[in-house]
Ligand binder design. Structure first.
Ligand SMILES: NC(=O)C1=CN([C@@H]2O[C@H](COP(=O)(O)OP(=O)(O)OC[C@H]3O[C@@H](n4cnc5c(N)ncnc54)[C@H](O)[C@@H]3O)[C@@H](O)[C@H]2O)C=CC1
Ligand SMILES: CC(=O)C(=O)O
Ligand SMILES: [Mg+2]
Length: 373
């Protein structure tokens, strides 16, 4: 198989789909790897390092897309990449289809095979290809919140650590999975009082056992959410129903109950966001204000810490990527139920139900098990 890695095109996206060690692993398995010139620069990886690992460097994204059987990326294809996708091409990347109807329709029309990192799911419910980036975005969330609490950045002017004689911030984290637990830990490290909400009793139990004493795991319902929003200086949106549009838990009317100059960091924005007033923003223009509340909704947060993120991502993607190329996509997903869950689209058919449901496109849906026999 020929594996291609184009340079990312999203705003301030410095990650790259392959590291040199991953290139070497594919080459050692008997495959060919092509990398777009300069694709690794944002993660401090040179073309020479890719060449030394066995890759061929191509001058343009067009050549990479045109000649590869499998594309390995980080972010979803953007509109300028839609015409580069080819029928039957495997695209192995984050898609977050349920938040993006235009992307869903473009990929269906192009009849690609979409293996979405974010829905590859092991039997224990874990999301091994989302987790490394959730860890990074979670660790960033309270730092971003802290920054935007600063008066020059639109916030109320509260230093989250507090100082002797003045109380620290209250932080509300909605969702206690990978993003939420990492956000809570960093928030606690800053010295804030952290409340973390979840609906899963097992998640609450795990948090209660592992979190520092200034983190309070609480069951999430309309009352605890409202109480948390009223007292919060920073809110972190970290809920997920895998592959589905995020539930809009924070409503427009909630903003009026919140403190003026408080900050919402809606990490769940890549699945549409868990706040009614959230819309995706970029690293170049990360925040906007609604009803006095600062909204930070960057959909590719880990792109800012690309060196760490690229390596963390590859540590997980290579295991499943090798299965795809060694066995071919059909046999690989048949033999590995975790990868089957990652199959979101197969040659013009949606194979992941929450995506079809998000856009009323059930007529384009067939279960993955039926499509791959
Ligand atoms: N913006 C960005 O750059 C990034 C965004 N993300 C996104 O962050 C989101 C969270 O990801 P993870 O933490 O990995 O997911 P996860 O599956 O580890 O955790 C989600 C948690 O939300 C909880 N939950 C579901 N419904 C809830 C409700 N109604 N109230 C309270 N809790 C609820 C679940 O029980 C679960 O514990 C995802 O949308 C993910 O794609 C992840 C990385 C980067
Ligand atoms: C998960 C995701 O959307 C990201 O890392 O950018
Ligand atoms: Mg998008």
């Amino acid at each position: 198989m020929r594996i291609g890695c184009p340079k990312e095109v999203k705003d301030n996206e410095f990650r790259v789909g392959l590291i040199p060690a991953a290139v070497k692993a594919y080459v050692d398995a008997g495959h060919e790897v092509v990398v777009e010139k300069g694709a690794g620069v944002g993660s401090n990886i040179t073309d020479e390092e890719y060449k030394a690992a066995g890759a061929k460097i191509l001058d343009s994204a067009k050549e990479v897309w045109a000649t590869s059987d499998m594309i390995v990326k980080v972010k979803e294809p953007l509109p300028q990449e839609y015409d580069l996708m080819r029928e039957n091409q495997i695209i192995y990347t984050y898609f977050h289809f349920a938040a993006d109807e235009e992307l869903t329709k473009a990929c269906l029309e192009k009849k690609i095979i979409a293996i979405a990192y974010e829905t590859v799911q092991e039997a224990d419910g874990s999301l091994p290809l989302l987790k490394p980036m959730s860890t990074i975005a979670g660790r960033m969330a309270c730092l971003m919140g802290a920054y935007y609490l600063g008066k020059p950045h639109g916030g109320m002017g509260l230093l989250p650590t507090g100082v002797p004689g003045v109380a620290p911030a209250n932080i509300l984290v909605i969702g206690g999975g990978s993003v939420g637990s990492n956000a809570a830990r960093v928030g606690a490290g800053l010295g804030a009082r952290v409340t973390i909400l979840d609906v899963n009793p097992n998640a609450l139990e795990r948090l209660a056992q592992t979190m520092p004493s200034n983190v309070f795991p609480v069951f999430s319902d309309s009352h605890t959410l409202e109480a948390g929003l009223r007292e919060a200086d920073i809110v972190v949106g970290a809920v997920l129903i895998p592959g589905a549009k995020a539930p809009k838990l924070v409503k427009r009317e909630h903003l009026k109950m919140m403190k003026p100059g408080s900050v919402i960091v809606d990490v769940a924005i890549d699945q549409g966001g868990c706040t009614e007033t959230s819309k995706p923003t970029t690293h170049s223009d990360p925040v906007y204000i609604v009803d006095g509340v600062v909204h930070y909704c960057v959909a590719n947060m880990p792109g800012a810490y690309a060196r760490t993120a690229t390596y963390a991502l590859n540590n997980s993607t290579i295991l499943y990527g090798l299965q795809l190329v060694k066995k071919g996509v059909e046999r690989a997903v048949k033999e590995n139920p975790a990868l089957l869950k990652g199959l979101n689209m197969y040659k013009g058919i949606i194979t992941f139900k929450p995506v079809a449901e998000a856009f009323g496109m059930m007529d384009h849906y067939k279960p993955a098990e039926e499509v791959i026999r």
